[in-house]
Design a protein. Sequence first.
Length: 492
Amino acid sequence: MSDTWKRWEGQIVNGKFPLLRYLGGSERCAVFLTERREGELPVKAVIKLISAAPKNGELQLSHWQQAAELSHPHLIPLYEMGRFELEDVPIIYVLMECAEENLAQVLPSRALQPAEAREMLESVLDVLSYLHRKGFVHGHIKPANIMASGDQLKLSSDDLRRAGESPDVSDYQTAYDPPEIGRDVTPGSQSISPAGDVWSLGVTLVETLTQNLPEVRIGEQRDPHLPQTLQEPFLDIARHCLHRNPEGRWTVAQIAARLQGRAPMPEARRSLPAPQRVSQPARRPTRLRSYMAPIAVGVAWVLALILVGPRLLRRHTDAPKVPAAESEKRVVQPAPSQGPSPQAFSTKADKSRVAEQERSSKAPVPVPAIIHPETLHEEETNTVAKFPAGAPLQGEVAHKVMPEVLQAARNSIRGTVKVRVKVNVDRSGNVEDAVLESRGPSKYFARVALEAAQLWKFKPPMIGGRGVLSSWTLQFEFTRDETTVIPTQEMP
């Protein structure tokens, strides 16, 4: 049927929604780009078509109608649903918001940075908490269903179900499907639950940070093996999401607490039955006498300590005092280094300290791009004091990389979108780190500008025949027709 879906491009659903372009699908369903009316203006949207028997169609329509009543900023809204026939094929459809891209389109080219993964996780946890409170389960958490719409991350909503309903078990089970649901599980015992969403979220988290799925073997009883290269708290979160036993998984609230650096509150457990008392036979008096000797020895030791203890204390206080300066030296002696913990780089002060140490080292060490804009003005740029004497020669741009912008995102621009990125450049002309000085109105354009800025190369300023550290500001200007960049050397 997939060939039939493609041939339907150009058809009109219910006389209102043209099937502009086939976006993908399967034998049973297809997704098309379409348009809907918002006042007098046409607005791009997505329409999902499902070929379904009347009974199954009514059930699916009721699911969509329930989902359409939900409202959350991180949930793709459903606008309209209904049924029609096309070429004598009974079809049900749902009209929903058109997103610019989904996470599955990003991962083949790169993994998410920890800050991006945290932002993704916060958005998904926020909407899952809302759905679970309302009695719904998403049931299909995976990168393809985590979407970027404008400056918001949103979760698909066309497959929502009530918790406790029977799942749609397909012939092919994926790593995202929780192990309690599948062909090998007794059908009567299967039901969708919030714990299933947590499993799918754990698989998705590992994939977004490594570009690979965790090692999940269908039918295996042990928990999946996780790469130890995952940073905290992501490794801890993934480990508690991917328990094969649903009751052993963290809840959404516990995951959110761990992400925020708080200890997750344990879930309430069933009270265990009180242990039964087993009557013991009366012991002989001779056994009791056998304990008297150790007790007497213990009492004697206590009395000796009472008598001798004050003398020991006096002798201790009479001991020669260590000079204050020497005691301070002892206190500040560092313990043997065991490497920085992941938490050591979570504070602003630590980020600034690490950046300063790397700048002052003899050989420049490249550092990862800084994602958070709030760290923009933390690091002191007192690098001029390290320069040799002499007027610096102006640096130059040696190689520039322009952002790759989706056409759908470019079509949404009205006027000019400006994003300003500051890059710190080492003595060889390579970008050490990049931060957003002004992200503009869209997270999407800020992200593609930041990614491109990290790939620029420069001819460093020269002082006394040597390249020196420098800082540049790159102003990206996006319009519907083109992208331009204005580089400005800020320092030296």
